[in-house]
Design a protein around this ligand. Structure first.
Ligand SMILES: [Zn+2]
Length: 508
């Protein structure tokens, strides 16, 4: 372990891996060429370091997606460059497309009034971007149809109110308020697309976050893909443009969006690097982060900050000539962003081996630095030496060993790849991390946004993490026994918690 620390201190390559992953390969959702490139690259590094590699097939996505660059401008007296993004697995433009701007219709009457102008228009739709594209499925169309019917009924009443208000004007009787219509973004989506709109535009808080239609991508074929762009525009620009459209001023918007689909099915794999155990080869310590990342940025943090220290930990162990007693599996998970696909699938396929996993280390929470490890009373002694060695890496980053209060085993996985393991009772002890030097890091800023870039990472934290992870994993794999699971998870909820939960339920 001293050798690992030495190399980790003098020749740490975590940021080199991150540079390649973000800046040569780029954003990498499953189904993209970039994801495949990242898998091949990671596998080649593992092999180069002397590890065995398994390309662990998880599944296939019916259609793939590759994102190119995107540009937009407002053309008019107050011309400007537009700041926007489009969700993954949505349509690009047909080259550079220019058009006038309309505010979307909310009722059939409004639709009829503007239907002749929809051809070649960009349409401002209601609501605020939450990252998801407008749902183009038949199911969503039928939901929109039922809202249209309800709105049509409301409009009948409103027309009555309007009539009464007109009659009562000047009579001293109070004017009645109109009933509100149900606001559904892109309510006339299908009709507008059929009428020839260029695309829809929604207001987006900054930094702009975009996701993908994680539900419908599994049902698409190359023939049933979205055909018009779904633009999420900087809310400040949206507001300005909305006002200009409302004032019926003349201006145009121009977009060039290079979103490309890829004929599927496209397989996706967990990349597993193996350091075989010398004494207990069929017992395991797992370490990793997810390899996939949203492609509006480059996954510099989510989850470059987890995948690359895991890779570097593997390299440090190999470079130091480490020979662990039990097998270390370095797993770069596939499809975390589409619902923990890689880890969930692995846990299901290797259910019989889960008892043989001493610990599963996952990192997916930002480029912060380890400050403590929280372990059960029964595991305390096994961590003492590990923590001592980690504390020899860099005095600026002391690590504290804390005792864990037993908790109930979760029934459903939490939102990252250790979740499916925890559900099965596998210990998922990992570092508690913090930002002791005050780099002002904000996870909300990068989470699936355009800012999740290489330079949001924090090199000294990332390097410390890689070395500490190597020591942790190697230390656990070299114990002469597996970590105890005694009182790690309580099989039964403590009575006090049960009472508390019941009380809360009654309160609601
Ligand atoms: Zn993540």
């Amino acid at each position: 372990m001293e050798r690992i620390v030495e190399i980790g201190r003098t020749d740490n390559r975590t940021m080199e891996h991150l540079d390649v992953l973000c800046n040569r390969i780029g954003g990498r959702l499953i189904g993209s060429d970039a994801y495949e490139n990242a898998s091949i690259w990671a596998a080649s590094k593992f092999r180069q370091w002397g590890m065995e590699v398994v390309m662990d097939e998880v599944g296939e996505i019916p259609v793939g997606f590759n994102r190119g660059p995107w540009f937009g401008r407002l053309l008019g007296e107050n011309g400007m460059t537009l700041h926007f993004a489009t969700p993954s697995y949505t349509s690009g433009t047909r080259g550079v497309q220019r058009g006038h701007v309309l505010i979307e219709p909310k009722t059939q009457a409004e639709f009829d009034r503007m239907k002749g102008k929809l051809n070649g228009a960009w349409v401002l739709v209601a609501g605020e971007n939450d990252g998801f594209p407008i749902d183009i499925s038949a199911e969503a169309d039928s939901l929109r149809d039922s809202i249209k019917l309800a709105n049509a009924e409301t409009e009948k009443i409103n027309n009555q109110i309007r009539r009464e208000n007109r009659e009562n004007r000047g009579s001293g009787k109070p004017q009645k308020e109109l009933l509100p219509l149900h606001e559904q973004p892109a309510l006339f989506y299908k009709e507008m697309v059929d009428a020839g709109i260029l695309g829809i535009i929604q207001s987006a808080p900054v930094p702009i976050r975009v996701l993908a239609d994680r539900k419908n991508v599994w049902n698409w074929t190359f023939e049933t893909l979205p055909t018009v762009p779904d633009i999420k525009l900087d809310e400040h620009q949206y507001k300005q443009i909305y006002q200009m459209a409302e004032e019926r001023r003349y201006f145009q918007l121009e977009f060039d969006i290079r979103n490309h689909f890829k004929m599927g099915p496209v397989k996706y794999h967990n990349v597993i690097g193996i350091i075989p155990g010398t004494e207990f080869p069929d017992e395991y310590v797992i370490v990793g982060g997810h390899l996939d990342a949203y492609d509006v940025a480059t996954g510099g943090v989510d989850d470059g900050s987890g995948a690359t220290p895991s890779m570097e930990a593997a390299r440090l162990i190999m470079e130091a000539g480490g020979k662990p007693k039990r097998t270390i599996l370095v797993i770069l998970w596939a499809g975390e962003e589409f619902g923990l696909l890689g880890s969930q699938s692995w846990v299901e396929r290797y259910e019989a081996d889960l008892d043989k996993i001493s610990n599963m280390v996952n990192r997916d929470g930002g480029p912060t630095v380890p400050v403590s490890l929280t372990v059960s009373a029964a595991q305390m002694d096994d961590f003492k030496e590990i923590v001592e060695v980690i504390n020899s890496i860099n005095p600026e980053f002391p690590l504290e060993l804390k005792e864990r209060t037993p908790r109930t085993r979760p029934e459903r996985p939490w939102g990252t790849d250790s979740g499916p393991f925890a559900v099965k009772g596998v210990p998922t002890i990992t570092f508690d991390c913090a930002d002791p030097k005050g780099y002002n890091f904000s996870y909300g800023e990068i989470w699936h946004t355009e800012r999740d870039l290489y330079n949001k990472s924090i090199p000294e934290y990332q390097e410390q993490t890689a070395t500490a992870t190597a020591v942790l994993v190697y230390g656990l794999a070299s114990l002469d026994h597996m970590l105890s699971r005694e009182d790690y998870y309580l099989e039964k909820e403590p009575e006090a918690d049960q009472k508390e939960r019941k009380r809360k339920r009654q309160d609601n």
